[in-house]
Design a protein around this ligand. Structure first.
Ligand code: PMP
Length: 351
């Protein structure tokens, strides 16, 4: 078999572990510990099998109308994907030429680098400031122009949010497309959607997912909002039926029950504050999180050691080796009971 050279050289993205046993405390992939809206259960329980016999709406108009209504914009400004990961893949196809590059802050969502490798273009990481603070990205001066900048906000794995003004300023001076990846924005105090819906917006695309705040990681549904010409370009290069019928229907149900999502988010935010306070009390360094996870530096023992020891006890958190991230653990906020189990285990380990 002949495999393309760029693929032979490619390091694939490694998703967080999905242990088979349900008998674990799973705080490693930023899933929501609470169930999705009962409206989702209703759709699935009475699902009309005829909907599966036929192809789904290739441009998911009902779903786009609903999303557009939520954000006070028009369906022409909405694109939907099989998870926001697919939205990113389509964006890399639509907005980047073969002789250009993809950029992001560093550290950020580790898929971005792989995405550039799959697209066979260079990846240009731009270092953050002290304490993972905002530093205006370097997008010129590299061998190639950065055509697409992927800006996670709140950032992952750092949990820190950048202000809307700094994002707007950066986008204004950037000639390419900026995707503001707002996977975690429902857990934050503010977001950048108004930049995407603004009538004079030229290059800002804001991306959302149903995987976190809507408790639907298993569904695979993400979307983005942007200027009409950019969104139209994404439709040109997507797969024919990239969002299946069940995902379209379930997403409509979930997005019709924003109160349910907000109530779950409020619980997570409360647990987040309590967990962060307790870890800080024990001497850990925990930046102010605006997401559904903490990026925490243990007080006494190396993060890698604690990660392994927790894993041996059936408590899964995420560890990213490397100079910027290797002294911390990324801990998803679970239920109060989950966090109590974690804190009890850490009390024994972090001595
Ligand atoms: N963006 C960020 C920053 C993420 O952490 C994730 C989850 N791994 C995603 C996008 C992808 O989310 P999904 O494909 O489930 O919508």
């Amino acid at each position: 078999m002949r495999i393309a050279k760029s693929v032979q050289a490619l390091t694939p993205y490694v998703p967080g572990e999905q242990p088979k046993s349900r008998n674990v405390v799973k705080l490693n992939t930023n899933e929501n510990p609470y169930p999705p809206s009962p409206k989702v259960a209703q759709v699935l329980a009475g699902y009309d099998l005829d909907r599966l016999r036929r192809y789904p709406d290739p441009v998911f108009m009902e779903l786009r109308r609903l999303i557009a209504g939520i954000w006070g914009t028009v369906p022409e400004r909405i694109f939907v994907g099989n998870g926001s990961d697919e939205v990113l893949t389509v964006a890399a196809r639509a907005f980047v030429d073969d002789d250009e590059a993809i950029g992001s802050c560093d550290p950020s969502y580790s898929l971005y680098k792989t995405l550039a490798a799959i697209r066979n273009v260079p990846f240009v990481p731009s270092p953050l400031g002290p304490g993972f603070s905002w530093r205006a990205p370097v997008v010129r001066g590299a061998a190639r122009d950065v055509a697409l900048f992927l800006l996670t906000n709140p950032n992952a794995p750092t949990s820190i949010r950048y202000g809307r003004d700094v994002v707007a300023d950066f986008a204004k001076g950037f000639p390419g497309v900026v995707i503001v990846d707002e996977a975690y924005a429902d857990f934050a105090d503010a977001d950048c959607t108004s930049l995407a819906t603004a009538p004079d917006n030229r290059n800002v695309v804001v991306m959302r997912t149903l995987s976190k705040s809507f408790s639907l990681a298993g569904l695979r549904l993400g979307y983005c909002i942007g200027p009409e010409d950019l969104i139209e370009a994404m439709y040109k290069v997507k797969d024919s039926y990239n969002v299946d019928a069940v995902a379209q229907d379930v997403a409509c149900a979930a997005l019709s029950d924003l109160d349910w999502m907000r109530a779950n988010v409020a619980k997570v935010v409360k647990t987040r504050a309590e967990t962060a306070a307790e870890l800080r009390r024990r001497g850990w360094d925990v930046p102010e999180s605006q997401s559904n996870f903490l990026f925490a530096k243990p007080a006494h023992r190396p993060a890698a050691e604690i990660f392994e020891a927790l894993r041996a006890r059936g408590i899964f958190v995420r560890y990213f080796p490397g100079p910027e991230t290797g002294d911390r653990l990324r801990i998803t906020i679970g239920t109060d009971t989950d966090m109590k189990t974690l804190l009890t285990a850490l009390e024994e380990l972090d001595k």
